[in-house]
Write a protein that binds this ligand. Structure first.
Ligand code: FAD
Ligand code: SF4
Length: 506
């Protein structure tokens, strides 16, 4: 039967208000959703990420069907499946002979290039699920010399009215309460657990499928408990707002052995596939503050992550791709060490971050930035390999959000587009913000010698290696001054120890 409009919905577009579904006429249109091996394996994804996307797709398709929508759903194990999105669009076109094919712009540059070639005349609509459209971000960027998140964020606060007074001032008299959000975790602080969702029969079926078919992926599917429907995602958000948001601000940067989630929301896996609306999420958080349920530093800190960082990195991605994906400003060439994948290392902070990533497909921001990212930066790991790792291991990873965070924020490979200075830190930072060092084979107080913390000598070696490049960066003045003051013999010892460590890294 011929249909009027073929509407393609991708695995991270599971939103009823998606632009590709606007004006859908259930009597004449069809929705195409396809599970393809191409998408399951273009990176060695965590298998829990694959389960999340496929299970959420199946649930979304069922919701559409319950509304009377004709859904052409192609399963991964369907013998007729061509295993590529392009192949499935063309197969659907041959069988359904639509007058129009409509899609929403994808989250990855690679898919956009592919999508444009799916068929002649394909209509690619803007993704309206963001506060700032790609066109608006381009316009914002064109008005500025330097692109700084903080100024973008203020504009987003003005635009959305989030945490603004009726006279247009930021609530609390300040835009940013970050200075209050770096507290150490008290030893006996109770930490509420996050809500978990037992797999239903649909998810169990997908887990079996992924176990059997997606063999090259990272880690395993056992213990999968992410939300896979909008209802579940909303319940997870409500649970966060009620129980963990009050502590989110104060302990946002803290890390603790055996407590991977702490006061974080753990909503990015659901939000990035469309199960939660970012603006509505921020409005619910704002309401919690206005009702006196949380402090302003918690609400502001959280809202900044979403209408600030999340929107900003997306804007940067689409502004700078495809060139951005090849940037390597610091000339980092070293291959990724095996322990990024298996976690077997004496560095307790890295072992903890990798172990929980293998188990949960999750690490919170500071583990991503100041443990794994910091190590990759200091050790000079190649951005392509680091990018691939970040894209694979986390359940929330899509290139539009992963790449500017990795190549830009963590690795400074973009030369300062995302951040004004590299997030390089010695072991002292990790010691201040976590309890990892207490159980580590290395001594965080030592910068040289057999038990010295690798983050210490790698940090000074990194500063020395790039001293000329950072000389004009005022934000790097202090470490450069400290390096200059360092005894030359100690500098040499650090350089030799760093070189030996890096040589032995594989
Ligand atoms: P919370 O800490 O509770 O924060 C709330 C929400 O804010 C998150 O759900 C997320 O939507 C948003 N957010 C916070 N920080 C950022 C940020 N820097 N960029 C974009 N959104 C942000 N986030 C992803 O969604 N996908 C990725 O692939 C990803 N890769 C990252 C790679 C590196 C190297 C770094 C440093 C950060 C990366 N982030 C990524 C950002 C951030 O670490 C995660 O969004 C966050 O840890 C998700 O957990 P949460 O939901 O508990 O977040
Ligand atoms: Fe990490 Fe160094 Fe602390 Fe060990 S001592 S946990 S390597 S920061």
């Amino acid at each position: 039967m011929a249909v009027q409009v073929l509407r393609v919905v991708l695995g991270d577009q599971l939103t009823p208000g998606l632009s590709a579904l606007a004006d859908l006429d259930p009597r004449q249109d069809a929705v195409l959703m396809a599970e393809t091996m191409g998408e399951c394996t273009y990176a060695p994804h965590h298998r829990k990420k694959v389960v999340l996307v496929l299970s959420a797709m199946r649930h979304f398709a069922e919701t559409l069907r319950a509304q009377g929508v004709q859904v052409r759903y192609v399963r991964l194990d369907d013998p007729a499946n061509t295993q590529s999105l392009a192949g499935e669009v063309r197969r659907a076109m041959a069988e359904l002979r639509p007058c129009r094919v409509v899609a929403t712009e994808p989250g990855e540059y690679r898919v956009l290039s592919d999508m444009r070639a799916w068929c002649d005349g394909i209509e690619i609509l803007p993704d309206s699920r963001f506060v700032c459209s790609i066109a608006d971000f381009r316009h914002w960027a064109s008005q500025r010399n330097g692109l700084r998140m903080e100024f973008f964020y203020r504009d987003m606060r003005r635009r959305t009215g989030l945490l603004m007074t009726p006279s247009g001032e930021p609530e609390g008299g300040r835009w940013n309460f970050d200075a209050e959000n770096r507290k150490r975790l008290p030893a006996n602080l109770p930490i509420p657990d996050r809500v978990r969702f037992s797999p239903d029969s649909t998810t169990q079926e997908v887990m079996d499928l992924v176990r059997a078919r997606v063999t090259g992926g990272f880690a395993d599917v056992d213990g999968f408990d992410f939300p896979v429907t909008e209802t579940q995602a909303r319940a997870a958000l409500a649970d966060f707002i009620a129980h963990r948001l009050p502590g989110f601000g104060d302990w946002q940067d803290a890390m603790k052995t055996g407590r991977p989630f702490l006061f974080h929301a753990v909503i990015s896996p659901a939000m990035n596939i469309g199960l939660l609306d970012p603006l509505e999420t921020c409005q619910l958080v704002e309401a919690a503050w206005r009702e006196g349920r949380v402090n302003l530093n918690a609400a502001e800190g959280f809202i900044r992550q979403i209408v600030g960082w999340r929107e900003f990195v997306r804007g940067i991605y689409w502004l700078k791709m495809p060139e951005y994906g090849a940037l390597n400003a610091l000339g980092a060439e070293r291959p990724l060490p095996g322990f990024f994948w298996h976690g077997r290392t004496d560095m307790a902070c890295i072992a903890a971050a990798v172990e929980q990533t293998r188990r949960d497909a999750y690490a919170h921001h500071i583990q991503r930035l100041m443990v794994m990212g910091n190590f990759a930066l200091l050790a000079g790991l190649h951005p392509d390999e680091v990018d691939e790792w970040y894209l694979a291991v986390y359940a929330d990873a899509y290139q539009w959000v992963e790449m500017p965070n990795t190549r830009g924020m963590a690795l400074f490979a973009d030369g300062g587009i995302v951040g004004s200075k590299p997030y390089a830190a010695s072991g002292a930072y990790i010691d201040r913000m976590s309890d990892y060092c207490r159980g580590c084979a290395f001594d965080v107080k030592q910068a040289t010698g057999p038990t010295a913390c690798p983050f210490n000598f790698l940090y000074w070696d990194f500063i020395a290696r790039h001293a000329a490049r950072f000389a004009s960066n005022v934000r790097m003045a202090m470490p450069l001054r400290n390096l200059e003051r360092m005894d030359p013999v100690r500098r040499d010892t650090i350089r030799t120890q760093a070189a030996a460590f890096l040589k032995a890294l594989q």
